[in-house]
Ligand binder design. Structure first.
Ligand SMILES: [Zn+2]
Ligand SMILES: [Zn+2]
Ligand SMILES: [Zn+2]
Length: 503
């Protein structure tokens, strides 16, 4: 999200240069970073102050805190470990988010060892730089900064609810649909039972249960949708649609905002929209990543499979699985994506061959397979390692090596810090090496923000999802009762009630 701005903290000339959180080449502080998309915004260091910093962690002290048996190589590369994250973060921060500040070069006398250059080929390519997102006011057409809530020219809300027109058309089409299904139900099963036309292909559709359900759903839609408070994610989706031509960067930002808060069932659709936007602005790699996620999703062919089942009676689960695996095979053979998995014989996680077998043991199928675009091999390995790490010392070793060399980072919730912190290669809090750490996640530097979100999600669970399910269940029961009541009376009564309750 682009609404955050970096924190300002004073520069302590005694502490900062020897603090593990200080990033000398950009003169910023990691300890007060603000959560932001696509990377945390590091705090800007301002005036000098002699006040002691509450989050000061001296470099030498931290190293002493790492277990004595830690190999020397780990200690030497510890600072390098964090370097790529920051320099990359700096590179992609939209300029407007960075308050005007003179970025001074690090003081010459700094005692922090210069971070050796990483072999950049191993680090994911930096994300392409985005253009500036601007919100076009719907009312007066003025351009506003992406973080503005109201138009700076006419004070109109920049994230408005659905308009009356959209609500009216939803109401109208739902009432018509409810009336049509209700009429069919009445005509074929109540007025003249057994009079339903015998058309095999419509068998699945023309039966009282399906018709009844369709009536109920259309009925609920007619009542609920026009009256509901527009969900926040729908507002973002609508604004994204309006900005596709006006300012695709704003559209992209809005689709991403929607993804963060939309319910699970909307995610595929949003992913599709984001892929289209990426393609439009020429972010080929990001587009490919989203397309691959969609193509390999467990429910990639669910809709199609349900339709096939309806018309042919074939088992939808088998059909969907078959379609999905043949699609994945096509993609793997094209070379545009790779499969990564755990080989029980190697005891390691690695890239698999095109048939998802270990490259060294062609007869062994990889486990916990992930599909990635070639640029994401490391990220894919981390995902698989995360899944199989427990009880597999060799995988844990593989992970430790990636962490020690700084190619990957581990973050987790430290129970003493009461915060998500970056962990040492031993998966410990740098400040509290003995404290318990929950929900450890591994990520390449580019994905740290997403990993943080995963941790927060793991901690909070999906409460909103549960509430929604309860709401829908209650609405269904009420509507069903209303409907049963209605069919007891005459059909004309039903329409009367529908129209009355719609008013
Ligand atoms: Zn305006
Ligand atoms: Zn193997
Ligand atoms: Zn801690």
């Amino acid at each position: 999200m682009s609404m955050q701005i970096a924190q300002h903290v004073p520069f302590n000339p005694v502490q900062c240069p020897v603090c593990i959180n200080y990033v000398p080449n950009i003169n910023r502080c990691r300890a007060f970073a603000v959560e932001s998309w696509p990377r945390p915004l590091l705090a800007v260091l301002g005036e000098e102050s002699a006040d002691p910093c509450p989050r000061f962690v001296e470099i030498a002290q931290t190293l002493a805190a790492t277990p004595a048996d830690a190999p020397l190589a780990e200690i030497e590369s510890a600072p390098a470990n964090v370097q790529p994250v920051e320099s990359q973060a700096e590179a992609v921060q939209p300029a407007k988010n960075v308050p005007a500040v003179t970025v001074e070069t690090a003081p010459a006398e700094t005692s922090q060892p210069e971070a050796p250059m990483m072999d950049s080929a191993e680090i994911a390519t930096p994300a392409p730089v985005r253009g500036e997102a601007r919100i076009h006011c719907q009312k007066c057409k003025a351009e506003n900064p992406s973080s503005a809530v109201r138009c700076q020219k006419c004070d109109a809300k920049l994230l408005p609810a659905e308009g009356a027109g959209a609500r009216f058309s939803t109401f109208f089409s739902s009432v018509i649909a409810a009336g049509l299904f209700g009429y069919l139900l009445y005509r074929f099963y109540i007025q003249n039972p057994g009079s339903a036309p015998d058309i095999p292909i419509l068998d699945a559709f023309l039966n009282p249960v399906v018709l009844g359900l369709a009536t109920v759903i259309a009925f609920i839609t007619a009542i609920v949708v026009p009256l509901r408070r527009t969900p926040e994610y729908v507002k973002y989706i609508n604004r994204a649609k309006r900005h596709i031509q006006l300012n695709p960067w704003q559209a992209l930002a809005d689709v991403e905002s929607a993804m963060e808060i939309a319910p699970d069932k909307e995610q595929d659709n949003l992913l599709k929209q984001r892929a289209q936007l990426y393609e439009m602005v020429g972010f080929a790699e990001d587009a490919a990543r989203d397309r691959l996620t969609l193509a390999t999703a467990q429910d990639a062919f669910k809709g199609e499979a349900d339709a096939v089942k309806m018309f042919t009676g074939a088992d939808s689960g088998t059909y969907a699985a078959g379609r999905r695996s043949s699609q994945i095979k096509t993609i793997l053979y094209s070379g545009k994506a790779l499969a990564i998995g755990y080989c029980p014989k190697c005891n390691e996680v690695d890239v698999l061959d095109k048939d998802e077998h270990c490259q060294i043991h062609p007869k062994t199928k990889g486990r916990e397979v992930e599909y990635v675009i070639p640029a994401d091999v490391l990220a894919g390995k981390l995902t698989v390692m995360q899944k199989v790490e427990a009880g597999k010392p060799k995988v844990a070793e593989q992970l430790t090596e990636l962490l020690t060399t700084g190619k990957a980072s581990a973050i987790g919730y430290c129970l003493r810090c009461k915060a998500v912190v970056e962990l040492t290669p031993e998966r410990r809090c740098a400040v509290h090496p003995k404290a318990r750490v929950k929900n450890v996640q591994y990520a390449v530097p580019r994905d740290l923000a997403a990993a943080r979100k995963r941790i927060f999600k793991l901690q909070h669970g999906r409460r909103s999802g549960r509430n929604q399910t309860v709401f829908i269940a209650v609405a269904l029961i009420i509507a069903a009762l209303l409907l049963l009541n209605a069919y007891d009376a005459e059909i004309s009564g039903v329409f009367q009630r529908l129209i009355n309750s719609g008013r």
